[in-house]
Design a protein. Structure first.
Length: 201
């Protein structure tokens, strides 16, 4: 396998790569076709494994030489012992989890740090579509119609911050993204995607 240049990466993958320290033990939950996991293995020299429910995606991971097990996000973490991983990653999967509170608590049990990336439902384009068009919004980070969306929960930057405060979870890092760059102002309005690194207080 050949290392991939940062310029070739999705922006969220590059940001997560910056958060993960070299040589760490990492579990990527809902790893999809393994692009992020592959990047971390090649460029950060992590000890990486993944959990994925799609058999087709698992085949893609195996072709890349990645270690991925078949499992459901809501129940696939209970088998791991406490603090087995340095990082547990949920990137673009938390909104599809049926019981996100339980999944986050399990991730914080098995991982010293948890990285969560999700689309911001309160992006200004989504707000305007609801207000003026009167329908469920479709944006770059939420590209599905109501009848075919895999998302079970719609959360915002503000929602996640309030959740962490209520659950006594420490927010160590937070990065907010537009389509092509990091943004540093009014994240709950202008961020298409958010990435949080959290840990137990």
């Amino acid at each position: 396998m050949v290392s991939r240049l940062r310029e070739e990466l999705r922006l969220d993958h590059a940001i997560i790569g910056d958060m993960v320290r070299s040589g760490a033990k990492v579990l990527d939950v809902g790893c999809g076709n393994g692009d992020l996991l592959e990047y971390l293995v090649l460029n950060k020299e992590i000890i990486g494994s993944g959990v994925e429910i799609s058999e087709e995606a698992i085949y893609s991971c195996v072709e890349k030489g990645l270690s991925v097990s078949h499992g459901d996000i809501d129940s696939g973490l209970k088998e791991y012992p406490n603090e087995l991983f340095d990082y547990v990653i949920f990137n673009q999967t938390m909104q599809q989890v049926h019981k996100p509170r339980e999944a986050i608590n399990e991730a914080l049990r098995i991982g010293k740090r948890v990285i969560i990336g999700f689309p911001n439902f309160c992006h200004i384009k989504a707000r305007l579509q609801i207000f003026f068009a009167g329908h469920v919004p479709i944006t770059a980070s939420l590209p599905y119609s109501w009848f075919n969306t895999p998302n079970s929960h719609f959360l915002s930057v503000k929602d996640f911050r309030q959740f962490c405060l209520k659950e006594r979870i420490e927010i160590e890092k937070q990065v907010f993204l537009s389509r092509k760059r990091v943004i540093n102002f009014w994240a709950n309005i202008f961020a298409l995607n958010a990435i949080f690194q959290i840990s137990k207080k």
